[in-house]
Design a protein. Structure first.
Ligand SMILES: [Zn+2]
Length: 541
């Protein structure tokens, strides 16, 4: 026996919600879950024993949608989240790069700004960034990742002028005199990315190591992550190679289920032709669904809506694909034995995606196809029923509430808002729900912050009192379930992980308090004390 964890409160999260005191782990799996006496009987001379001192042990968390490589990559960029003015953005960017050696041809990169927080109440533009540098190209992405701003140097490298024509599925903004302002949206972002020099394999591995270290410290032992088209100029085969090498070197502390995003359908067909499909790989690294981007974000009013925005009636957002194009993506996946994970924030985006899934199942019926929608924010009663009827998984990010609960009623009005972020309703309607963070395209990924938002429906400061749409609060058990069993179901691994049961992977972590007993306002202050992946201690506070 390799390891015994004893003297704990083991919350198995199994169907009967059995509690235990100890677990025995051998070759990366739980072999016994029970009372101290019965588990300790399995002790052999090489068994390591850890006393949990009465603390709670729970299954390792699964972040069912995020961007792992982008997280690591983001650490090479200046973080602008929460900046309250354009002046602050300029100052932070200057000081982040002050002492850094910038290689010839390299760009300064930043992320996380949000014009809704700026006291100037406007977007950043090229002239703001020219205050940082007119010699080195700069791009700074908005918090949503769907909009970026560049300086004049970058604009000249990209080659966009007042005479350039717009590209389909995106746009670059022009000022009153027709000059580009430096703001790029949706598919127009490719114009920037294509000019930024790509990192090498070693750089990619270092980024993933930074991300896996941070996640282990949060008790998160599995991620479902969208990485293949993350960094401009990086081939997806190099990303897959980086993961495989890191697992072989024993450096990964997080299992990976890859949500595969492609820039065009031809590239995706080639991927399928190589033999990749959902489930390809092993319990460390697996190919998951095809990721499809179908609309933008609520903050920038690019989420695709059935009705115009209440606070800007000139727009209903942007759809990345027509119905026919979406049908083709989903059917191609279905034919290639791949499920889909379709990014949808607006209700119109979801209706479109669900229609494509329904059609694919009719044209090419397959058993147990666990298609999914990522985000699922602006719903209505009907939509939620449709998820349930079609068996489509909802990947939700409770942490989005932290910011969105302040803007959603402005964006779409109070009436429509009451059926949005309806996590409880989803569960009550029998929808399979998986919890995640979407980090770094949100404010944070921390486990207890995410649980706090799900259970209290308040931001981290406790606003609003009593919670936003309080009838949609999840119980602790429901919140824990979506981050464990819910995630495992989404990757077809409900028999492999998501609960602490004999025969399952020994992925688990120790909490500082009993989350089922503590006052719910205290959840956000809890800590992770130890994390185990496959029975290996990968984090200790
Ligand atoms: Zn995402």
């Amino acid at each position: 026996m390799d390891l015994i964890l004893t003297n704990g409160k083991v919350e198995t999260m199994n169907e009967k919600h059995q509690r235990a005191q100890a677990v025995a782990i051998n070759e990366g799996k739980f072999v016994k879950v029970g009372l101290d006496d019965e588990v300790l009987k399995l002790k052999t001379k090489n068994t390591k024993i850890i006393d949990l001192k009465g603390k709670m042990l729970v299954p390792g968390f699964i972040d069912s949608h995020m961007h792992f490589l982008d997280f690591g990559y983001s650490l090479t960029k200046v973080e602008l989240n929460g900046s309250k003015s354009i002046d602050e953005v300029v100052k932070k960017t200057k000081s982040f790069f002050k002492d850094k050696k910038i290689r010839e041809g390299e760009w300064l990169k930043g992320r996380g700004w949000n014009q809704d927080l700026f006291k100037e109440n406007r977007f950043l533009n090229r002239y703001d960034l020219d205050l940082v540098s007119t010699e080195i190209p700069i791009y700074l992405t908005r918090v949503c990742g769907h909009i970026a701003v560049v300086n004049s140097k970058a604009l000249s490298i990209i080659g966009i002028t007042k005479n350039s024509s717009q590209i389909e599925g995106g746009r670059f903004d022009l000022d009153k005199s027709g000059e580009p302002t430096g703001v790029f949206r949706e598919k127009a972002l490719d114009l920037i990315y294509r000019k930024v020099p790509a990192p090498r394999l070693e750089d990619i591995k270092n980024m993933l190591i930074d991300a896996t270290e941070a996640y282990a410290a949060q008790g998160i032992t599995s991620v479902q992550t969208d990485d293949l088209s993350t960094i401009p100029g990086v081939d997806y085969e190099d990303v897959i190679k980086a993961y495989k090498e890191l697992f072989a070197e024993g450096k990964m502390k997080t299992r990976v289920y890859e949500q595969c995003l492609f820039s065009n359908i031809g590239q995706y067909r080639e991927f399928l032709a190589k033999g990749y499909k959902t489930g390809y790989g092993d319990e460390n690294f697996k190919i998951g669904p095809l990721k499809i981007l179908s609309d933008g974000a609520l903050g920038g009013r690019t989420a695709f809506m059935t009705e115009p925005y209440a606070d800007d009636p000139t727009t209903s957002g942007i759809a990345c694909y027509t119905q026919e194009e979406m049908d083709e993506w989903v059917l191609t996946a279905q034919n290639g034995n791949m499920t889909t994970a379709i990014h949808c924030i607006g209700d119109a985006a979801m209706y479109r995606a669900l229609e494509s899934i329904e059609k694919a199942q009719k044209i090419e019926p397959r058993k147990d196809m666990r298609h999914s929608i990522v985000h699922c924010q602006i719903t209505d009663k009907n939509l939620i029923k449709k998820f349930s009827t079609l068996g489509v998984i909802a990947h939700i990010q409770p942490v989005f509430l932290d910011y969105d609960l302040r803007i959603v009623e402005d964006r779409i009005g109070k009436d429509r808002a009451q059926y949005t972020y309806n996590f409880k309703r989803m569960l009550d309607e029998g929808v399979h729900v998986a919890g995640g963070s979407d980090y770094p395209y949100c404010e944070f990924y921390q486990t207890f912050y995410n649980l706090h938002e799900a259970v209290n429906r308040q931001d981290l400061k406790g606003y609003p009192e009593g919670g936003w749409l309080p009838d949609q609060k999840l119980t602790i058990d429901e919140a824990m379930s979506i981050f464990t069993k819910g995630g495992a179901y989404a990757s077809y691994e409900e028999d492999v992980k998501g609960t602490i049961e004999e025969g399952k992977l020994a992925d688990c972590f120790v909490m500082s308090d009993d989350i089922f007993e503590i006052n719910s306002s205290e959840i956000k202050n809890m800590n992770v004390e130890m994390t185990f992946m496959g029975g290996k201690l990968v984090y200790k506070k």
